[in-house]
Design a protein around this ligand. Sequence first.
Ligand code: FAD
Length: 405
Amino acid sequence: MPQVFDTMPELVGSLDTDEDSLRWAARDYGDVVHHLPAAVLRPANAADIRTAVAFARQHGLRIVPRGQGHSTGGQAQALGGVVVDMNQLGAIHDVGPDSVVVDAGARWSDVLNATLPRGLTPPVLTDYLELTVGGTLSVGGLGGASHQHGAQTDNVIELEVITPEGALISCSPSENRDVFDAVRAGRGRNGIITRARLRLVPAPDTVRWHRLRYGTVAELLEDQQHLVVTDAFDYVEGQLKVRDGEDVAELEAVSFVETTSGSGDLDDLFFREVDSETADYWDFVNRLAAGEPVLRGAGLWDSPHPWCNLLVPGTAAPAVLHQIASELGPELYSDFGLALAYPVRTDRITTPLLALPDDDIVFLVAALRYAPAGAAETVKAMQLANDVLVASTLRAGGTLYLDPL
Ligand SMILES: Cc1cc2nc3c(=O)[nH]c(=O)nc-3n(C[C@H](O)[C@H](O)[C@H](O)COP(=O)(O)OP(=O)(O)OC[C@H]3O[C@@H](n4cnc5c(N)ncnc54)[C@H](O)[C@@H]3O)c2cc1C
């Protein structure tokens, strides 16, 4: 144990400095940045975190919360400092008629497992549900329902936060508003979220799920913009990929059958083909779970993921997506990679730290690249391709999503 921790007050949980713990905290889903901390706090309660935050402040150490570690650029790492393993505190508390109280280390799948039996769901979910509530609230949390409901940070009623000074406080739009605004999308640097009261809405039992295939990227984008403006579907998300040597431009347009607010109307759209099915709501929102074993089997789950997440003004989206379409393929994405484009209406976003481009509709564009283990040159080529995308996005007035503050 480094000497600096000799005077750490007693904890109920543990402060771990063994090699396995430090290596765990120095690795994330990106597997590109590896910063070794000096210690990992495994808290038994919020009081342990308060103790560690106050101690770190006194000794000039960085202290950074970590959820599932699904960041791709070291956002949850603390070089020479203390990483707080928030997974230790993941309980689900009260499920009420329109909200649920959860510990920040709970995953969104845990939240749904508690709320769906009561016919309730958070209005916005990330595509992958094995991320922690604290982890996505500290970046924004955007999904296919963001064109209607904004980010996950816009659907939080109240938070319990440990401030950088070590105080435990409640905050909401009407109480300690400055803290509420600083921690939502605050990347864990303006306070540690320990508990959240999340808004819930009625969940449908089933969804009507359309996969629309397009001949051009321009048509795909035009339809996305149209569907966002007309509010015709509850979930809208575009994707570009190459499969079996063929370019695919696809739009998922989904109606929540019993609770839908839109028409679910496919008339007047530019798609060339459509596959439609009715699915259970849970099977739809949990659809990425099936991909994990496939990627593991291909050796691409625990390998580097130099991902690039951009917020692109609607006006610049055609150029950025054309650029992505021209580089798609095994070399810069592997056989499994793809690019996603989630349309977001900026008037639905109220989170001050979620820096959006100046446009009515913006796209979260995610270039999801998978490199095999031990292929440093491939990772470098992917990073260079990301640099090009970032430069053209910033030139067009776009911003970066998920980057460290
Ligand atoms: C497969 C996959 C799918 C994804 N899909 C989406 C998607 O659909 N939409 C989307 O918006 N994003 C998506 N993301 C990105 C994801 O939302 C972020 O990377 C998120 O931060 C990861 O959550 P985590 O629990 O792994 O957090 P970590 O990676 O552990 O931490 C991320 C950040 O949150 C901070 N943090 C963690 N816990 C707390 C806390 N309790 N209080 C304050 N700060 C905290 C950390 O310090 C760090 O800055 C996806 C990522 C992956 C790997």
